[in-house]
Design a protein around this ligand. Structure first.
Ligand code: GLU
Length: 497
């Protein structure tokens, strides 16, 4: 049973009809932070009453996604479908207490009235025809088998229903504008609006923090709360996240880039993604960007949620950024600043999968492994960069970037002769390190009169596969004498191929 004290209880209530997308994940982040901040409970409720659209894959995806992000829940997952009887009971109770009634109007009747309203350019609202039926008349209709729905009896009140949304401020809805809405279909199944409110009541939810698309439901749900004599929760609706064309982000329009799983596969650190998501529509007065878990919990407050829609700055087809550049820059900062042991732990499986993990990285080569990650991580944006761009550090099988090859090797025919000579000079070094390789390469440049830029760029390209990277001599030190000299010696074969 829910705790009836004032302890904060919030929920994330996804409908399992697709993958966990970044909009949903942001809702989960805000609820989780709010719960942690107030030492309350974060409840996970799967709203699976739409049996046709809900899938077990989607449920698993949501649970996996939340776990990966580190958004641990205190209760649940509860499944809305298990509560249908409670929703029906609530509807019966509303009928018994005079807050709801059975409506026998046929679809044809209603369609006709809707059409007539359209023709006379009037807004359509159910005319409350069956609200006037006596209990006896309703019972007779039912006994003779006329199908009916159950409608909520919107109170006959002057003026407007007003509530204070914690993000949008006071919201008004005139009672006159609220139709006597259906809460049970003719087959007896509850409508979502009812199920969602009844579950929130039964789960003892104190703060409903959800997307702005829920705002249209709120006045009617408040009426349900009132009629059931339940304590009203606070409501906080969050602005939407739009793309650069001001379209709502969705799987249909944007594809995988809006799925949490995409970020996992593309080498995001989970907390870096949480950090990016929280900034989509929330900020601190000093616009701080990077937060540890505890810092974020301490800093988070609903006051910081903006009313303006946030922008997911994604440009499809942009070769430089495969997602919002800010997401990448936040991830890059985490990769650069976390303890290197943590990075080592995070990339272990990825390197293993790519066949790049030497078991000695856990033993004799541990220090080399950590030093190499330290060198590389300064320039990387994702964990996957260690596997792709970092490949020449862990394997001899790698491809040389074609542009780098054209620019730094093929353009200078003399390089073909120089690099094997340089390999000779380097192989004579008694000790191997950044200072030693630097001295040897500079000495070689002086002796041969080769352009220093030409040599340095050529060495980098042949040894690391790329035109850019961390300081060359540190790279050579990390890759090791054997590999460096072999790569330089084999250079003519490379050019022939
Ligand atoms: N199941 C709803 C959704 O996924 C949640 C609505 C709510 O949070 O009240 O949009």
């Amino acid at each position: 049973m829910p705790d009836k004290s004032d302890k904060v209880r919030v929920r994330f209530a996804p409908s399992p009809t697709g993958y966990l997308h970044i909009g949903g994940a942001r809702t989960a982040v805000y609820n989780w932070l709010f719960a942690r901040k107030h030492k309350g409970s974060f409840i996970l409720r799967i709203e699976d009453t739409d049996a046709e659209r809900s899938t077990t894959d989607s449920i698993e995806g949501i649970l996996d996604g939340l776990k990966w992000l580190g958004l641990d829940w205190d209760e649940g997952p509860y499944f809305q479908s298990a509560n249908i009887n409670a929703h029906k009971k609530a509807a019966e109770h509303l009928i018994e207490t005079g807050h709801a009634y059975k409506c026998f109007c046929t679809k044809e009747d209603l369609d006709m009235k809707r059409e007539a309203a359209k023709t006379s350019k009037q807004p359509y609202k159910y005319d409350r025809n069956c609200r006037k039926l006596s209990a006896k008349e309703a019972a007779e209709n039912e006994a003779s088998g006329i199908p009916c729905v159950v409608r909520f009896k919107v109170p006959d009140r002057e003026g407007a229903l007003v509530f204070n949304d914690l993000v949008y401020g006071p919201i008004e809805r005139h009672y006159d504008d609220i139709e006597d809405f259906v809460i049970l279909r003719s087959d007896g199944s509850p409508l979502y609006l009812l199920s969602n409110a009844v579950d929130d009541i039964n789960d003892g939810i104190t703060h409903v923090i959800r997307g702005q698309d829920g705002l249209a439901n709120t006045p009617r749900q408040i009426l349900i709360y009132e009629a059931l004599g339940a304590r009203l929760p606070e409501f906080a609706h969050m602005p939407l996240t739009l793309d650069l064309k001001k379209q709502k982000i969705s799987k249909r329009t944007h594809g995988e880039v809006v799925a949490v799983q995409f970020y996992r596969e593309h080498g995001f650190l989970p907390w870096a993604l949480v950090n990016f998501l929280v900034l989509l529509g929330w900020h601190t007065p000093d616009d701080r960007e990077i937060f540890t878990r505890d810092e974020l919990i301490a800093a988070f407050s609903l006051d910081g949620i903006s009313r303006a829609n946030s922008i997911f700055n994604y440009r499809p087809g942009d070769p430089k950024f495969f997602t919002d550049p800010k997401a990448l820059s936040i991830n890059a900062r985490y990769i650069k600043e976390l303890p290197v042991e943590e990075i080592a732990w995070q990339i272990k499986d990825k390197l293993k999968e790519a066949g790049l993990y030497d078991t000695q990285y856990d033993g004799a080569k541990r220090q080399w492994f950590l030093d190499t990650l330290n060198l590389l991580r300064v320039r990387y944006h994702t964990l996957n960069d260690f596997v792709t761009l970092g490949r020449p550090y862990f394997s001899d099988e790698f491809q040389i970037d074609q542009k780098a090859l054209n620019k730094n090797i093929l353009k200078y025919p003399e390089v073909k002769d120089w690099l094997p000579q340089l390999a000779e000079a380097l192989s004579r070094l008694p000790t191997w390190g950044a200072a030693e390789t630097e001295a040897a390469i500079r000495g070689f440049i002086d002796k041969t009169g080769a352009g220093s830029g030409v040599i340095i760029n050529a060495v980098r390209t042949v040894v690391t596969g790329q035109a850019v990277g961390p300081g060359l001599f540190e790279c050579l030190a990390a890759i090791g004498k054997e590999r460096v000299t072999t790569r330089l010696k084999n250079m003519p074969n490379l050019v022939m191929a």
